[in-house]
Design a protein around this ligand. Structure first.
Ligand code: BES
Ligand code: ZN
Length: 467
């Protein structure tokens, strides 16, 4: 038991959390039943339903709430009253989810939350409805059991994280005073492993593109025309393959200029983490991995840039063989970036690299989607210490410090515009199938997350009051 757990208010709150465990799960299921897919306009009404669900939830908790319309999906904003002498925390999360595709690979339907082996299976279970709700439920527990919060909390729950947070940046820029805070709390990452909770101090950034190549004015017979006309699918393969060399290095000129090296301390600390390469491969059913030469798997995933093709479309995709020379070929692909790499510079370098590679008979269109810079925070801070204590209360284990390969586009801007520390406290697991079929979230970790969050408000409040 940590000292904070002995505080009378917190004891009451944690009791409330324990005795409302099932009620909180029921609420999570309500939200999971709403198919709030931000990428697909067919789900626009459901996006509004999810935002409205949050609005009424926050209102019932007695918070001041606003539904902020944007040119995209709405932002839900809520706040509690200021507390003299205590810091201000801002909780950020997202109510949008990734498309459920491929839908036929789900064991149970993506928007009918189902419990198996102590996990809830549903799109958004972990990313991010389940994780985000741990903070909502801990705040509700504080409000119900002690009548007030020990510090002021502001909540920003957006609906566009999975599509690059396009409209949140301007909301942030226009409302820096309203959103002013000492720290931002985000649960949208993972633990290191089961039983090994983590605080994440670095995220990769992203630069996402779609490349369209157009060749002849119609699909052609590949026997009649093949070899005599440039095939856009062949050209696409060549151009994409040119982006990475044999050593796994990205070949854009200047790409590595701003890549910050890992520190010796990081390398040592990551070697000491309980990571087993064989087990990692077994979990994915692969008989080996490739990547940038000279780096370990954790280093490659957390601290080195990478390039992945996210989707390719061309030619005949139906059953059996069809001898066609397609008129068009396209690919979606994205670079993961590390701190100090600028997505705009990468975009310019990519365009300059690809243009001379376009063969005769092909026209190229390069579409830019979202871009966001990566970030790494210093490890010395009282807020991190407070968060580590809170995690110990919730998870009964001290967290490790790690970086993650995923991106949360707005984190950089929170840090820069609000000057706030960002606490990335992830309750998920690496095998939670984020963005894949059968996404899941452990219900025990949901409960532990609510407990850790409840303790966090106490820990943060104690900080400023010098207790
Ligand atoms: N929750 C994830 C990011 C994440 C997952 C970070 C696991 C660390 C560990 C987030 O919702 C996400 O998927 N973000 C997108 C952002 C992109 C669409 C701009 C990503 O990383 O692909
Ligand atoms: Zn997420």
């Amino acid at each position: 038991m940590t000292t904070s757990e002995q505080h009378p208010n917190l004891i009451q709150v944690l009791d409330f959390v324990d005795s409302h465990r099932q009620a909180f799960v029921d609420d999570l299921f309500q939200l999971l039943r709403i198919p709030s897919v931000s990428a697909d306009s067919a789900f626009a009404d459901d996006m509004c339903r999810a935002a409205d669900w949050l609005v009424s939830h926050f209102r019932e908790m007695g918070l001041a709430v606003e539904l902020i319309e944007t040119a995209g999906h709405p932002i839900v904003y809520a706040e509690s009253p200021p507390v003299e002498g205590a810091p201000v925390a801002l909780v950020y999360g997202h109510y949008d989810v990734q498309p459920p595709d491929p839908s036929d690979k789900w064991i149970t339907p993506p928007f009918e939350p189902t419990v198996r082996d102590g996990n809830v299976y549903a799109r958004g279970a972990c990313d991010d409805k389940g994780q985000m709700l741990t903070h909502v439920k801990s705040l509700q527990s504080w409000l119900k059991s002690s009548g007030k919060l020990p510090l002021q909390v502001k909540l920003v729950i957006e609906g566009e994280e999975e599509v690059g947070s396009e409209h949140l940046g301007s909301f942030l820029a226009d409302n820096t005073e309203k959103l002013a805070c000492d720290c931002v709390v985000i649960s949208d990452t993972s633990q290191f492993a089961p039983g090994v909770p983590a605080i994440t101090y670095g995220l990769r950034g992203i630069a996402y593109f779609e490349l369209h190549l157009t060749g002849p004015n119609r699909d052609l017979h590949s026997g009649v025309f093949g070899g005599g006309v440039t095939n856009p699918a062949n050209a696409l393969c060549k151009m994409l393959a040119a982006l990475v060399d044999e050593e796994g290095k990205i070949r854009l000129p200047g790409f590595y200029d701003d890549v910050t090296s890992l520190t010796d301390r990081e390398r040592e600390e990551w070697q000491a983490l309980p990571f087993d390469q064989q087990e990692f491969e077994n979990q994915l059913d692969v008989d080996g991995v490739t990547g940038e030469a000279g780096f370990t798997t954790l280093e490659r995933r957390w601290a080195r840039p990478s390039l992945d093709i996210n989707g390719m479309t061309s030619g005949y995709q139906g059953e059996g063989a069809k001898t066609v020379l397609p008129t068009r070929a396209s690919a979606k692909f994205s670079f993961r970036l590390v701190p100090d790499q600028d997505p705009a510079k990468v975009t310019a370098a990519l365009r300059a690299f690809l243009e001379p590679l376009v063969p005769p008979g092909i026209t190229m269109e390069l579409v830019e989607y979202h871009g966001a810079a990566g970030i790494a925070f210093p490890l010395e801070s009282p807020y991190l210490e407070a968060a580590a204590n809170a995690i110990e209360t919730g998870f009964e284990a001290r967290p490790v410090f790690m970086r993650e390969g995923g991106s949360i586009p707005i984190v950089n801007q929170f840090h820069q515009r609000l000057g706030a520390e960002v606490l990335l406290l992830g309750w998920g697991q690496n095998d939670d199938n984020l963005h894949s079929p059968n996404e899941k979230f452990s219900l025990i970790d949901f409960h532990r997350g609510v407990r850790a969050s409840a303790a966090l408000w106490h820990e943060l409040a104690s900080l400023a009051q010098g207790q």
